[in-house]
Design a protein around this ligand. Structure first.
Ligand code: FAD
Length: 307
């Protein structure tokens, strides 16, 4: 059995594994895809101390760092179930194998909800973006669209309005769903246009980059084209917690509830990164949270007697 078993090999899981292993305890990582969302990222310019890098490059460095420790890395394995067996925590894999550990850290991350329209996956990273904190500065002075009028969409539009030339916010429903204070701020900005009752039907491009989008006015059924260099899709982030339902406490958005030491509602089970309720999902946050959960788990181990 492990002392600490980490589920997930993104920045949160990698960081947790190094912090745990440095305590001289038996540490393992089980991950479907090492690197997580970072593998899908092109330019990274906000990972402090590295001015500019690319996702796969950062993942290679992460893997090298993890491999320099005595950490049991189990790739291409998907966790399917979590349960408690006496003091031990058990993780059942999709393959049917069972892993047992004194403490488990869940770092299974999240995924952006996609629009599912033509052009979206084709131009992902070439104009189609999901993270305004990450990619906003790439569109300096240009016209971009934000899809989604909830809190994250309206926050993104306000944020981007300070960097880009013009923002067109597109909402499917007949009104924005964001908090009133955000809507008020949004409407005070001169370089933002809001279009409601609009269903985005296509993202168009030429020469390998986005050049516009098409939306259908839901009242008139007419289609309209907006010329934009970028489209920020802000229709939700889905935490990878389907396999945990009914075992630990989740928020109404399905995120794992944690305390200030990264502990979940189930003793011995900790969580870190995008899969949790922490706001501002970023690489640097995930790494910090991973370190915290590992130290929290270590604290738990030294405070409990195990047979
Ligand atoms: P993830 O990176 O999502 O990793 C989750 C891990 O868990 C993966 O290894 C996955 O395979 C594994 N996993 C999931 N389910 C299971 C399961 N059931 N069993 C086993 N393993 C499982 N942030 C920045 O700071 N700067 C940027 O420039 C930036 N750009 C981004 C661009 C894009 C396109 C995207 C999608 C995200 C970007 N982000 C950026 C956000 C950043 O990537 C995330 O905040 C960060 O990766 C979260 O780390 P994590 O370890 O919590 O989760």
């Amino acid at each position: 059995p492990f002392d600490v078993l980490i589920v997930g090999g993104g920045p949160a899981g990698a960081s947790a594994s190094i912090y745990a292993s440095r305590k001289g305890i038996r540490t393992g990582i089980v991950a479907e895809r090492f690197g997580g969302q970072v593998m899908d990222t092109l330019a990274i310019e906000n990972f402090i101390s590295i001015k500019e890098t690319e996702g796969p490059k950062l993942v290679a460095a992460l893997e090298e760092h993890v491999k320099s420790y005595d950490i049991d890395v189990m790739h291409l394995q998907r966790a399917a179930k979590l349960s408690k067996n006496g003091q031990m925590v058990e993780v059942e894999l999709e393959s049917g194998a069972k892993l047992s550990s004194k403490a488990v850290i869940i770092a299974t991350g999240a995924r952006w909800r996609e629009l599912g329209v033509p052009g979206e996956s084709e131009y992902r990273g070439h104009g189609v973006a999901y993270c305004p904190h990450c990619d906003g500065p790439l569109f300096k002075g240009k016209h971009v669209a934000v899809i989604g009028g909830g809190n994250s969409g309206v926050e993104a539009a306000i944020d981007l309005a300070g960097i880009v030339g013009h923002v067109t916010l597109i909402e499917y429903a007949d009104q924005l769903k964001a908090d009133a204070v955000l809507q008020k701020r949004l409407h005070s900005l001169s370089n933002v246009t809001v279009i409601i009752g609009a269903q985005t039907t296509e993202i168009t491009g030429a020469d390998g980059k986005v050049n516009g989008l098409v939306y259908r006015d839901r009242a008139t059924e007419e289609s309209h084209v907006v010329d934009v260099a970028g489209v920020f899709v802000q229709i939700g982030l889905i935490p990878n917690t389907d396999w945990l339902k009914g075992t630990i406490e989740l928020s109404k958005y399905g995120e794992i509830e944690i305390d200030s030491h990264g502990a979940t509602s189930l003793p011995g089970v900790f969580a870190a990164g995008d899969v949790t309720t922490i706001p501002y999902k970023q690489i640097i946050m995930a790494m910090g949270e991973g370190a915290r959960a590992a130290l929290g788990a270590f604290d738990y181990l030294i405070r409990n007697d195990f047979e």
